[in-house]
Structure formats: C-alpha cells, structure tokens
Design a protein around this ligand. Structure first.
Ligand SMILES: [Zn+2]
Ligand SMILES: [Zn+2]
Length: 290
C-alpha cells in the first residue's frame, strides 16, 4: 500500500459478542476497527473485543491512538486483553466522550477495576492516557480528526478522520429514536459535518424496519436509515456496522442484499455489510477521474 488508508475490521458486532457456526462469515467480535498507513501507528476506532486478535498485526513497542465512541461494553471490553499494552514503554492515547461524572479516565476505571476485572488501567505495563473529548477538531500525527456528539443512549461521539488524501467517518451507534421530536428521516447537521463526502462511512445498521419499531429507544437505527445518511451526506461508500447479535450469517446476507438494492433504487452509494477480517484499501481520488 502506498498512500491512502487501509481500514481493517476486527469486530463488527454490536451489543455483545457472539460465537457459533452461524456467525462464521461475519464474525462475533464487538466493535473494533483499525485505520492503518505505511508510515504511522494505527488509529483504532473503539475498543471492543475485536481488539484482542488485532494484536497479532502489531509488532515492536506499540504507540497508538483510539477514537472511542462511548463507554458501552461492546466498545470497551477489548482494552485489557490487548497484549501490546502488556509491555513496558507502550502508549495508548484514548480520545473519548467527556463524561458528566468526572474525567473520562476515572469513569473508565470505575468499570475496569476489581471486582469487575482484576486490575485498573494504570496497572497495565503500557501507559493508557485518556483525553476528554466533545465537539472538537484536533490532529493525530498527520491526520485531521473531527468529533461530534451523536444521538445515542448516554454521551456518544461520532468521528471523521482525514489522512493521506482519504476520509473515513465512524458512527457505530446512532439512534434517531433517542430524539422523538425528530422525524425518522432527519439527519442532524453534526452528522453531515462528519460524513460529508467521505470515502467510507462506517455506520450503525443494527435493526431491520420491523425490529426498529419496538426498539426505537435502544439508540440504534435501521439499515435503511444508514443508506439514507450515506446518500444525503455524499459518502462514496457505506459499510453497515454494529450488526445485531441475533442476526446470523444468513440473515446478514439478506440484509446486505436488501441494502444494495435499496441503495441502487434511491441513488445511494455502494454498500457492504462489514465482516470480521475485511480489509478495505482506500486510495486518494485521482484528480480528473471524477
Ligand atoms: Zn454499541
Ligand atoms: Zn452503545
């Protein structure tokens, strides 16, 4: 790979990990994506259980950054099992949502501590540093990062990363139903700021339309809403993400087929249902090639 970004999907499941032969194709690990380049340490999107096997790709003393959407279990439980942090000298900078109850690092440590887990983050050999984040724009190395609050249950951020001439938006949990006053097809301006013209939009796609009706307050959206956001924001490609653990491979294959057909019908970009192990090489657009 020269130029661009490689997007590596380590875990694509929402809510809770799942295992079994019926999940063999899409995988059962919870939310974890890595943005890799040739010449820098990765930018990790969330810390779900898919982060543990990602350690196999890491060599040497690790220095990385995490863009953490929120503190729900499916987005954090991989951190203590990420073996590169078991080594002295490793560092991990975690940019995550500012909390009402205190600094992000202290709130995180309320979950990762005895009796819930044997150690607290400070007892890892590597150095984990938390950065309270809100509606911000900040650099990570050569990358430009934008974070915006999005509708979900509890403080939750979506992110946009621009690096090496390509852009990725990551909004794993997005619940239009959290604001009952919003019409179903409403897209907040913050979302458009995140997703405007991105090369790849990775978006919540937890529910079918039928499931959504009884679960509006869960903080997730329909597959059709994800396609709608991709079209309205001018995204060039959509990866359906945060699959419901009740959706086995057969169900997800049907969902993907339906989403591709729907996107073609309404003039939305190409759609793929993200799966564990998927790697997408995003190259900068060639000037004049449209
Ligand atoms: Zn989630
Ligand atoms: Zn959540």
């Amino acid at each position: 790979m020269s130029g661009g970004i490689r997007v590596v999907f380590n875990g694509v499941r929402g809510s809770t990990p799942c295992a079994g032969p019926e999940y063999a194709r899409f995988g059962g690990h919870s939310a974890s994506v890595a943005l890799e380049t040739d010449d820098a340490f990765p930018i990790l999107l969330d810390l779900g259980t898919g982060l543990r096997p990602y350690a196999r790709r890491c060599s040497g003393v690790f220095h990385g950054t995490v863009l953490l959407s929120h503190l729900h279990w499916d987005h954090v439980q991989g951190l203590p099992f990420f073996t590169p942090l078991h080594c002295e000298g490793a560092t991990l900078d975690v940019h995550g949502p500012r909390q009402d109850d205190g600094p992000l690092g202290e709130v995180f440590a309320q979950m990762m501590r005895p009796p819930f887990f044997p150690i607290v983050p400070d007892q890892l050999a590597g150095d984990v540093r938390f950065h309270d984040t809100g509606d911000d724009d900040f650099p990570i190395g050569h990358a430009k990062v934008r974070s915006r609050w999005v509708r979900h249950v509890g403080p939750t951020l979506g992110f946009r990363v621009e690096l090496n001439g390509v852009s990725v938006a990551y909004v794993p949990d997005h619940g239009p139903g959290c604001k009952p006053e919003h019409p179903d097809d409403y897209i907040p301006s913050e979302m458009l700021e995140l997703c405007d013209g991105v090369d790849l939009l990775i978006h919540d796609a937890q529910h079918t339309k039928a499931e959504y009706e009884s679960k509006r307050h869960w903080g997730h959206c329909t597959i059709e809403y994800a396609v709608h956001v991709a079209r309205e924001s001018g995204a060039r490609r959509l990866a359906l993400f945060h699959h419901d653990p009740a959706h086995d491979d057969k169900t997800l294959e049907g969902i993907e087929r339906g989403a591709i057909e729907y996107a073609a019908r309404i003039g939305a970009p190409g759609v793929i249902a993200a799966y564990e192990g998927l790697e997408l090489d995003l190259a900068p657009a060639v000037p004049g090639a449209g």
